[in-house]
Design a protein around this ligand. Structure first.
Ligand SMILES: [Zn+2]
Ligand SMILES: [Zn+2]
Ligand SMILES: [Zn+2]
Ligand SMILES: [Zn+2]
Ligand SMILES: [Zn+2]
Ligand SMILES: [Zn+2]
Ligand SMILES: [Zn+2]
Length: 297
């Protein structure tokens, strides 16, 4: 009884009984692209004064030298100082430099295109807003929220993919209620084994039944092939179930004669065994008389 219950559960898992630990709650995973890898293009041509005297790119943390009033990125200057103590432009030894706030403000107000414009983002923003924009940019790359998928998508496509297209999304078979990954329960892979799919009888009897009832139908299907009740007596007929009765009726004589033949054969076998038994008993008797086998009373 207990075994039957368990089997039923295995074949048709209920919604309550399913293992939810296999599914991770949806979450957005940002791919780690650091700010350094994002390159911004300025909408207007960038005035030369905002370019670093060393790296020739837009100033990052602008610093100005006291000796010659040139502008550099803070990092570029520090790298240069670690190699040589003299100013990279006027060659003054042991020169000083300080942060240059006016350029910080001016550059921050310049307009740039989104660093993901080549992917399709059309946003124009102030240089200062680049980090804020990247957090909401629809063209930022994220990982699909469904465990096992591993696909990288634009943020704007994430919801549609995760909920409607991802083959790893959680899905329920509309026919039997089994829950699993879409590729397992939502496709032909499951359709060919789904226990509740209705199918036609393979013997073409005209009946339709759920796949899980195939075996029980097979045991009553009128078009199913059966063996004759007198098979053991020697009848080799294999009529369809619907013809078994008439087979029995029309072959009564044949069945009886087959039965008689089988009966006679069994009788002969029985007599032979009886004879063997008597001979054996006689032999044991002589052994006992000769004392080969001790006889206890
Ligand atoms: Zn620089
Ligand atoms: Zn200088
Ligand atoms: Zn953008
Ligand atoms: Zn996916
Ligand atoms: Zn199903
Ligand atoms: Zn049938
Ligand atoms: Zn028969």
């Amino acid at each position: 009884m207990a075994t039957r219950k368990r089997q039923r559960k295995l074949q048709y898992p209920s919604r309550l009984g399913r293992d939810t630990s296999a599914y991770s709650p949806p979450s957005i995973t940002e791919l780690s692209i650091s700010e350094l890898e994002l390159e911004y293009t300025f909408v207007e041509p960038l005035p030369d004064k905002y370019l670093c005297g060393i790296c020739k790119s837009v100033l990052k943390e602008p610093h100005v030298t006291e000796c010659c009033g040139q502008h550099f990125c803070k990092n570029c200057l520090e790298k240069s100082k670690s190699k040589s103590e003299s100013c990279p432009i006027c060659r003054r030894n042991k020169f000083n430099h300080i942060k240059y706030l006016p350029f910080v403000r001016e550059i921050d107000e310049l307009k740039v295109y989104c660093a993901r414009s080549s992917s399709g983002c059309t946003a124009k923003l102030e240089y200062a807003d680049r980090n804020n924009h990247d957090k909401v940019c629809e063209y930022a790359l994220v990982l699909c929220a469904n465990k096992w998928c591993g696909k990288t998508l634009y943020k704007k496509d994430l919801e549609g993919h995760s909920q409607n297209y991802c083959e790893f999304r959680e899905s329920t078979c509309q026919t039997c209620g089994q829950v699993g990954k879409y590729k397992d329960v939502g496709t032909f892979v499951h359709y060919v084994v789904c226990p509740d799919i209705i199918q036609n009888c393979p013997n073409s009897c005209g009946e339709q039944f759920k796949r899980k009832y195939s075996e029980s139908h097979n045991s009553i299907c009128p078009e199913g092939i059966v063996t004759c009740d007198f098979a053991e007596a020697g009848c080799q007929a294999t009529p369809k179930r619907k013809y078994l009765d008439s087979h029995m009726d029309t072959n009564m004589k044949q069945h009886l004669s087959q039965l008689m033949k089988a009966h006679t054969a069994m009788k002969q076998e029985h007599a032979a065994i009886k004879q063997d038994n008597a001979a054996m008993r006689k032999e044991i008797g002589t052994f006992i008389k000769r004392g080969v086998i001790p006889f206890k009373k």
